[in-house]
Design a protein around this ligand. Sequence first.
Ligand code: SMG
Ligand code: MG
Length: 375
Amino acid sequence: MRLEGLELRRIAMPLVAPFRTSFGTERERDVLLVRAVGADAEGWGECVAMGAPLYSSEHVDGAAEVIRRFLAPALAAAAAGGLAEGVDAWTAEAAFAPFKGHPMAKAAVETAVLDAVLRAAGMPLGGFLGAVRDRVPAGVSVGIMDSVPALLDAVAGYLDAGYLRIKLKIEPGWDVDPVRAVRERFGDAVLLQVDANTAYTLGDARQLARLDPFDLLLIEQPLAEDDVRGHAALARLIRTPICLDESIVSARAAADAIALGACSIVNIKPGRVGGYLEARRVHDVCAANGVAVWAGGMLETGLGRAANVTLAALPGFTLPGDTSASDRYYARDITPPFVLAGGHVAVPQGPGIGVSPVPDVLAEVTTATSWIPLK
Ligand code: SMG
Ligand code: MG
């Protein structure tokens, strides 16, 4: 792909309800979109960095700065010095590799390039990645609430809508009681899991073991991102399977965590590992080790959601993901909405990520745009 430039676009997307986790409350996403404009096609990437560095070290203003100052010039240099055919996702990945960290910034640009290349070739992302399903089961992530009755109302609504798996956000002081209440009200058949977003320490093992009787699918990231050994120790003290999210920053990190016995399940988020190429490798490492994976979410708009839903159609994704319908997040999505049908979400079938923003909606939510020429 001969690239002409990158457009960086910021959009303001209010959530339908505040989403509280152990690290903070999201009310509106300030999303950075990357549009890669090539000679034959253009492609989109959504940066999943939040406004503040609370989920991980990245934040959206920092990601935009890293793209402007480092990633875009590296891509331009690769295009100038590379093959006559121009750049592709692997060129982008290699060009970004010297810069430490910033996987969400890298993933946004790499995905935009990949989408443009695939659209030009008429190839769907699912065909490129190796998807084997045309729809994926949908789970939903339920935030920390002010009260247990409020939580039960929210869960009831999601189960009525057809979600096939419930994930409860937990933190110290909001763990055993909400889990017990959900089990008592909705029964043992509901697929139920919890996510602590690093809110506990190994010293909390006894408290976390109190979740054992509730037959949870998994507990996601109870301990700090860099505490892989602690997760391995915790795995010997509790019966609930441990799933890692924040700790799994690459395929190598996944291989290490599995070898150390720190997790038996992995949440895959392309933004956290630097893009879809690396996300595919994480999937492959886990598959080779018999470790189940599922698709995480970062409150994406339809653009990010399209690619995540496609990734979730790979063979190793054997658990429902945080791949909810558009209306769980936004009153009006920037793409035609993803909808729930029989608890599933359809994998887009068109070239590239298979969806595009609706121009009028995109224009209405846009707060800023800038253009970075690449030649
Ligand atoms: O996209 O449905 C979604 C959100 C899923 O809980 C979710 N994401 O740690 O897995 C996680 C969180 C990170 C984002 S919280 C702002
Ligand atoms: Mg998580």
